[in-house]
Each structure stands twice: as structure tokens, then as C-alpha cells.
Design a protein around this ligand. Structure first.
Ligand SMILES: NC(=O)c1ccc[n+]([C@@H]2O[C@H](COP(=O)([O-])OP(=O)(O)OC[C@H]3O[C@@H](n4cnc5c(N)ncnc54)[C@H](O)[C@@H]3O)[C@@H](O)[C@H]2O)c1
Length: 358
């Protein structure tokens, strides 16, 4: 991976966000040249600012809904690879702001794909959607890539629509049958589960909620203790996305949808995650206040057989290691340690374990 990305030009939307900042730092450590396009970070602190990314990359702070601006910035950069992560990613906020959620997640994607159409250098293109793109049957059967799209709430349905939209662009403009003749774009989508990791400061996400509460001596409040999620450390899907982009570079056969999630044995409840988080930190407590007002998916499992079989990708960390790595990052942060060095260490440790396993 490192050899492949060294010297490659990578355009990322959403680089100021939680996953985007980690992804940018990974790519920079691989020797890639990165240009990002996103709004300014909307949390204080933010991983983007903590890592001082604006000084290490070309960073454009602008709106994804401004199609002309996005097109101008992408075409000027002439990227080899384009990764789309910018989105309104919160289920609860999507109930409060459905119009903004759809404008960002749907029209933002249309503008991104239109920009790709005008950028002949961009060969590997990956759209990041979500495990929530599937029609949720609330059963224990994990979702395969071929299952129908859906989504109960505005966020989830926007990700189902983003999948359909990507498939339409792939059929209409980036058709694998016309690859090398009418176009040179291989477009894939990636559907990852709930990610945890240091540096996320969003509201209503369990890992930052735990870290904030423990560091302030407060109780963690759980809304849905029994909801299960495909928890993963953030570096797991990110390495999956980078692997897909690398494969797309060599073959349009990978221009499809890909699930990235944990092994079935690591799919746990919210309460199990919180208990583990408290155990790693060495202190903390929680209470349960069920919220029945807003519907949120209770059961979400992803089938990762396809990524394991065809990409030879597999999760590197189990549930315990993912929570340990996350809680330790926040503990270091709240204890005032050098968080840039610690983040780099976590990337290096993960990369070594990934290389051993893959
Ligand atoms: N975090 C998770 O557990 C998770 C799980 C599955 C999928 N995802 C997906 O991964 C991607 C990144 O999520 P995240 O957790 O890093 O979210 P985040 O909120 O931390 O980051 C979102 C990014 O999108 C940018 N953005 C939002 N609206 C924008 C706009 N109008 N114009 C330009 N940029 C805009 C933000 O500035 C930020 O850089 C999203 O597509 C999300 O749906 C996240």
C-alpha cells in the first residue's frame, strides 16, 4: 500500500472530519500528495486541527453543494485518486435537518461525480457510504452487497440513495464495458459499519460520549444499550477504502460495492462497548435512559465475505483491541500527552499488524 500511494495525488472530500483526518494522515505518512475539500471542522477540538493538517496538505474550506467550486478545485489538482467522504453523517441530526442532510449527501455526491467527469486524471474513485444504506430488516442476518438499499431515517436513506446514484453514474458515464474507450474511471462504493477511534468529537456518538463523560467525572448516558453495531477501529475501513482504490487502479473489475466490518464474533451491543471502555480507562460509570422518540436501527450486521474473498482484506483488530486503542487515544488526549506523536504511533502499529496479516 505504502509503495502504491507514495507520490500519488489523492483528492479527499471531508478531510476535516473524523475519518477524513485519519485518512489524510495515513496518506501523508505513505508519501501521498493530498488535497482536501470540506467545511471547516464543526467540533472544538477536532482531529484536523490537532494534527495540524492544514500545514501538511492543500486544504480547501468550501461547500460540497457548490458544484462549480468543487469542479474547479478538483480539475486544478489533477488527482490520480478521488475519495468522497464529505457528508452529514448523523442519524439524529438528520431528523432535525432533513433538507440539509439530503442536499449534502445527495447533491454533494452528484457534484463530486460531475467533477470527476471533468477530471481526466482521476482513475480510481471511491464513494464512502454506510452500513445503513441497506433496507434494515432488523434480523440477525448480515447484509450482503447484493441486498436491497433502503433506510428508515433521512441519513440512512440518503446513503441508500447515494449507492443507487453511484450505480447510475457507473452505468451511465463510467460503465466498465466502456473502460479505456469512452472513459478511464473505475468507481466503487464502500459500506462500513460504526467506527470508533480517537479524535472523534461529534455529539451523539458513543466513543466521544464516553470519553467526554469520563474526563469530566460525569455518568455516561445510554439511549439504546441493547442495540448491536458492527464496531470497528477507524483504521480498519480506511485501509479497506485504500485497498479498493489501489485495486481500481489496476482493474475496473473492482468497480462495485464493498462491505467493511468486523468478524461476526465482534458485533457487540452498545452496553458491552461502554463497559469495555470504562474497564480500559480504569474509571467511569453509566446509566440507561431509553429514548423512544426517534427511531434508530437496533440490529445491524454486515457480511464481509466478499471483501475477504476478493480483496483479501480482513479486520486486523478484534472488538477488545478496537476499544482499547480508542480509549487509550482519548485518555492520552485528556491527559495532555503529545497527541500527534501518539496518533502517528497508532497508525504505525496498525500498519505493521495489517502488513503481517495481509
Ligand atoms: N463515523 C462513522 O461511524 C461512519 C460510519 C459509516 C459511514 N460513515 C461515513 O463516512 C464519512 C465520514 O464520516 P465522519 O464520521 O468522518 O463524519 P464527520 O462529520 O466527522 O466528517 C464529515 C466531513 O464532511 C464534511 N462536510 C459536511 N457537510 C459538508 C458540506 N456541505 N460541504 C463540504 N464538506 C462537508 C465536513 O466538513 C467533514 O469534513 C461520511 O460519509 C459518513 O456518512 C461514517
Amino acid at each position: 500500500m505504502q509503495d502504491f500511494y507514495k507520490g500519488k495525488k489523492v483528492f479527499i472530500t471531508g478531510h476535516t472530519g473524523f475519518k477524513g483526518a485519519w485518512l489524510t494522515q495515513v496518506l501523508l505518512s505513505f508519501g501521498a500528495e493530498v488535497k482536501g475539500y470540506a467545511l471547516a471542522p464543526n467540533t472544538e477540538p477536532s482531529l484536523y486541527n490537532l494534527l495540524n493538517l492544514k500545514d501538511k496538505m492543500q486544504s480547501v474550506i468550501a461547500d460540497i453543494r457548490d458544484g462549480e467550486k468543487l469542479k474547479a478545485e478538483m480539475t486544478a489538482f489533477k488527482p490520480d485518486i478521488a475519495l468522497h467522504l464529505a457528508a452529514q453523517p448523523l442519524v439524529r441530526l438528520s431528523y432535525a435537518e432533513p433538507v440539509m442532510t439530503y442536499e449534502t449527501n445527495i447533491m454533494g455526491l452528484v457534484h463530486f461525480l460531475e467533477a470527476v467527469r471533468q477530471t481526466p486524471s482521476a482513475r480510481s474513485v471511491v464513494n464512502i457510504t454506510s452500513d445503513k444504506c441497506y433496507e434494515n430488516r432488523e434480523t440477525n442476518t448480515p447484509y450482503k452487497e447484493t441486498d436491497p438499499m433502503g433506510g428508515f431515517d433521512p441519513y440512512s436513506s440518503s446513503k441508500g440513495m447515494a449507492e443507487l446514484l453511484s450505480a447510475s453514474y457507473r452505468n451511465s458515464f463510467f460503465n466498465p464495458k466502456d473502460y479505456g474507450v469512452k472513459h478511464k474511471v473505475a468507481l466503487a462504493t464502500c459500506r462500513a459499519g460504526n467506527v470508533i477511534g480517537g479524535g472523534d468529537y461529534a455529539l451523539d456518538r458513543i466513543a466521544p460520549d464516553c470519553a467526554r463523560a469520563i474526563s469530566q467525572g460525569k455518568e455516561i448516558v445510554l439511549r439504546s444499550p441493547n442495540a448491536t453495531r458492527p464496531w470497528q477501529h477507524v483504521l480498519e475501513p480506511l485501509f479497506g477504502y485504500l485497498l479498493v482504490a489501489k485495486k481500481l487502479w489496476d482493474s475496473v473489475d473492482y468497480a462495485q460495492g464493498w462491505n467493511f466490518g468486523p468478524e461476526p464474533s465482534d458485533i457487540k451491543t452498545v452496553e458491552e462497548l461502554v463497559k469495555k471502555f470504562i474497564a480500559v480507562w480504569g474509571k467511569g460509570s453509566y446509566s440507561i435512559t431509553p429514548d423512544t422518540k426517534l427511531h434508530e436501527a437496533k440490529l445491524l450486521h454486515l457480511d464481509i465475505t466478499k471483501a475477504k474473498t476478493l480483496l483479501n482484506w480482513r479486520p486486523v483488530y478484534n472488538f477488545d483491541k478496537a476499544v482499547l486503542t480508542t480509549a487509550e487515544w482519548y485518555k492520552n488526549f485528556y491527559e495532555g500527552k503529545d497527541i500527534v506523536a501518539y496518533t502517528m504511533k497508532q497508525i504505525k502499529d496498525y500498519s505493521q499488524d495489517y502488513a503481517k496479516l495481509n
